[in-house]
Design a protein around this ligand. Structure first.
Ligand code: G1P
Length: 301
């Protein structure tokens, strides 16, 4: 079955990036020329995925505005013959369709309650088809063309998995920030897992292979989410639902990021600064000047 639906959760609070995220979503923070979430959308469209559902929440309206048609702006760009910018905002001619739903906040709670619950909001949109999840705060960059999601879909279908997860190796002291998987064998490039743990301590981590913000799921994940109680941080964790999926007898596999693929998780000031610098340095027009500037500044400091 062809997979053409993507779910992009953008309902998180972005607390670690305050005050920049006080009144704007972290997914809209610019990384060089574009907001974070535009990189995610472009990655999906490049991979041929054109039906995109955002799971939004409080203060996320600017994401809807960003991807909406803007006839006035298009007219102005067209009059100025600014084809470059026109292409960058023209999703319509590529046949991309955007959908939005809001993550429900449970009664008695003041905050959205976890990635598992966000994904549960996509059940109607997804229907009985497999689908892709791309976290809206994480950019996957490749030095050439990133075919990560396509590789994941291929493997997912080939092995008849119920979930296929992107993973990358992280330093030992970073495992506590991620979902961490336990490969069945040696866990080389494309492998089955028999466990997954959300934000384990260094001692509890079953490996150093961390979940890297891209997933392919069969609709069985919704049944698994329904059986999952709140986990770490009192949130309904997608990782726990994936664990339940395995307990229900389903196969879960992983694809490791290639050496030329990098994950930028825009969750903290440090990762945000690093991502901005990397993308500014690789900008076709200004990258060279920025490199000169940084070199000069480093000499002065
Ligand atoms: C979420 C997931 C975690 C995953 C991470 C990055 O964590 O719960 O398993 O490793 O995204 O993909 P969060 O960044 O929301 O804390």
């Amino acid at each position: 079955m062809r997979i053409d639906k993507v779910v992009i959760p953008v309902a998180g609070m972005g607390t670690r990036l305050l005050p920049a995220t006080k009144s704007q979503p972290k997914e809209m923070l610019p990384i060089a020329r574009k907001p974070v979430v535009q990189y995610v959308v472009e990655e999906m469209v490049d991979q041929g995925l054109k039906n995109i559902l955002f799971i939004t929440g409080k203060d996320k309206r600017s994401i809807e505005d960003h991807f909406d048609r803007d006839p006035e702006l298009t007219q102005r760009l067209s009059e100025a013959q600014d084809l470059e910018h026109m292409e960058e905002i023209d999703y319509e001619s590529e046949g991309v369709r955007f959908f939005y739903t809001r993550q429900m906040i449970a009664s008695g709670s003041r905050l959205p309650s976890g990635l598992g619950e966000a994904i549960a909001s996509a059940e109607q949109f997804v229907g009985d088809e497999p689908f892709v999840v791309g976290l809206g705060d994480t950019i996957i960059q490749s030095s050439n063309y990133s075919g990560l999601v396509r590789r994941m879909i291929k493997s997912h279908q080939r092995y008849g998995a119920s979930a296929t997860i992107a993973v990358c190796e992280v330093a030992e002291d970073e495992v506590q920030h991620y979902g961490v998987v336990k490969p069945k064998g040696r866990g080389k490039t494309d492998f089955e897992i028999d466990d997954i743990v959300e934000k384990p301590s260094v001692d509890e981590a079953p490996s150093r292979l961390a979940v890297a913000a891209r997933y392919v799921f069969n609709p069985e994940i919704f049944a698994a989410i329904k059986r999952t109680p709140p986990g770490i941080g009192g949130e309904l964790q997608l990782t726990d639902a994936i664990r339940n999926l395995m307990k229900m007898g389903h196969t879960v596999r992983c694809i490791r990021l290639r050496r030329d693929e990098r994950r930028y998780d825009i969750g903290s000031p440090e990762s945000y600064f690093k991502a901005f610098i990397d993308f500014a340095l690789s900008d076709q027009k200004y990258g060279y000047l920025i490199r000169q500037y940084i070199e000069q500044r480093l000499r002065e400091i």
